[in-house]
Design a protein around this ligand. Sequence first.
Ligand code: ADP
Ligand code: MG
Length: 251
Amino acid sequence: MLLIENLHAEIDGKPILKGLTLAVAAGEIHAIMGPNGAGKSTLAYVLGGRPGYEVTAGSVTYKGIDLLELEPHERAAAGLFLGFQYPVEIPGVSNVQFLREALNAQRKARGEEPLSGGEFLKLAKEKAKLLQLDMEMLKRNVNVGFSGGEKKRAEMVQMGILDPEFAVLDETDSGLDIDALRVVGEGINSIMRDPAKGVLLITHYQRLLDVVRPDKVSILADGRIVRTGDADLAKRLEAEGYDGIMAEAAA
Ligand code: ADP
Ligand code: MG
């Protein structure tokens, strides 16, 4: 579903991704782990099409199309969703307004009818309930004054409403307490566990993987995937740290 081959990318002339190759099949939740500064967020931004990230070599194919040729909004319309490590605040725009605009823009790009205010609210309530986020939070301005955990839950509500085919989630677990982590993990399962969907789940912690149960786990270090395994690889990492496994990968 998503095929990344020999991807090289740089920021301000500094190479960050250095020949990254990774495939995610439909129906697969693929976790990416790796030390700080390895390039995990850079990978997420490159997939989302954020300005300032220059791809210097390699390719990204999404459902058979060249993803890198698409503008960010075209990527979203093609079913790609990006969850950020640091969600932005948008003063003056409520979550409800923002989400309805975003959803209807995507529906329009796909040739579908827009949802009415009533239909949208029904959908938003259903997804807020799933993520145990108070509807009042969704009436407030996007992320303004939200705690870390509330931002992450609001982001998962956003994902539930947009119902993407492929989600790239960058440290969705950061800032969550144990209960919120379970709610978010179960939200990911309920929204994205589907034979036609795929997920790249960037995380530092085994705790989220205990809930989400990834099909595959890859380790990203120094701009490359150095190892891919099953969920046991994450357990080994938790027990042994990166050093041993990376030394093994280098040998
Ligand atoms: P990770 O998410 O794996 O912790 P990042 O992708 O955020 O890593 O960062 C990878 C490397 O790129 C780091 O060395 C970081 O300092 C560098 N980097 C990230 N953003 C910028 C930027 N805007 N300008 C220069 N260097 C950056
Ligand atoms: Mg990061």
